[in-house]
Design a protein around this ligand. Structure first.
Ligand SMILES: Nc1nc2c(ncn2[C@@H]2O[C@H](COP(=O)(O)OP(=O)(O)OP(=O)(O)O)[C@@H](O)[C@H]2O)c(=O)[nH]1
Ligand SMILES: [Mg+2]
Ligand SMILES: [Zn+2]
Length: 308
């Protein structure tokens, strides 16, 4: 029997069949998955084969995992050999960001977008907590919005507190499986609670707020939307390492650079010091944002070809 994984704690799982029956699942033995060395063999979004263990207790055994359409892996920034599959079989991903409380840096946004490009996953940027932005914060938001819209990303501004902009984001969820990511404290679980008022997910107490991002959600979990579609709440990510990428490929994951790389003089150009580099030219005439190019250089520096 087939089922979908809705929650994974690492040692047990919640799965649901097509008929909507929910079970607690465990893995028996070792499930081998081709080509991936991850700390978790099964992730939220996985399609699995189950065998009933005890119908009365609603327990099943996962005996196999079906091929993944795609998946997003997080590399531990501290241990490059540790990969963790965040979720699989996704249609799009939303990065929930904030101008403040906590600050989401453009460097982090660019790493995230780059990861999504690698997995061919459409990414959408949503800036939350608009209700606490000063006019200066709003200026910052507008600058960021202009940069990302110019290179093809959708950018939204929301306040879950005042409901501003929330319906526009809900509208893009229909019929899709959406991964919701972002730093701890940006409001991911609060957003899901706004869609499902009855769900009452645990969110950070305002009084607990330290700006340091203590994690309130500890395990990824998928929810069926009231209409068609699914959304996956995830624990906050502080840093993001890129994995399985070499220096030469990186600019292919920056859409504005990708559009130009055929015009560089050298086909293995990494757009630093090479002569007649179309990317550097675009940077100098302002068609490539300086911040984006800085992110590119920063990521380039962290790519360790030996670990690739
Ligand atoms: N002012 C304001 N606060 C918000 C808004 N959305 C969420 N918050 C608050 O931000 C805090 C963090 O929200 P959570 O939903 O727990 O954040 P999270 O992204 O799920 O965090 P982790 O589970 O730790 O990854 C809570 O105190 C929310 O009430 C908003 O639009 N405006
Ligand atoms: Mg949460
Ligand atoms: Zn170049």
């Amino acid at each position: 029997m087939k089922a979908l994984v809705y929650k994974s704690t690492g040692s047990w799982y919640i799965v649901k069949t097509a008929e909507g029956k929910q079970y607690n699942a465990r893995i028996k033995g070792v499930l081998k998955i081709e080509g991936i060395t991850s700390t978790n063999p099964i992730a939220v979004g996985d399609e699995v084969i189950i065998e009933i263990e005890n119908e009365l207790e609603n327990t099943v055994t996962i005996t196999a995992i079906c091929n993944r359409k795609n998946y997003v892996v997080r590399q531990s920034p501290h241990n490059k050999r540790q990969h963790h599959i965040i979720a699989s079989n996704l249609d799009q991903s939303i990065l929930l960001a904030t101008i403040k409380d906590p600050i989401t840096s453009t460097g982090f946004i660019d790493r995230f977008l780059c990861t999504c490009e690698m997995y061919h996953l459409p990414a959408i940027l949503v800036f939350n907590k608009a209700d606490i932005y000063t006019s200066k914060d709003l200026e910052k938001f507008t600058t960021i919005k202009n940069i990302y819209e110019a290179i093809g990303y959708q950018v939204f501004l929301t306040s879950i507190k005042t409901k501003e902009g929330v319906d526009d984001v809900i509208n893009i969820l229909h019929n899709k499986t959406t991964l919701l990511s972002g730093h701890s404290g940006v409001g991911k679980s609060t957003f899901i609670n706004a869609i499902f008022p009855k769900l009452d997910l645990k969110t950070q107490e305002v009084s607990d707020w330290s700006g340091k991002g203590m994690h309130t959600t500890t395990f990824a979990e998928m929810y069926d939307l009231p209409l068609e579609g699914k959304i996956i709440d995830t624990p906050g990510i502080r840093e993001l390492g890129l994995t399985g990428i070499n220096k030469n490929e990186l600019s292919g994951y920056f859409p504005e650079m990708k559009a130009l790389i055929n015009q560089c003089k050298f086909n293995n150009c990494i757009h630093i010091n090479e002569p007649n580099c179309a990317v550097k030219n675009a940077l100098h005439n302002g068609t490539i944002a300086e911040k984006r190019y800085m992110s590119y250089l920063n990521i380039l520096e962290t790519i360790d070809e030996k670990n690739y």
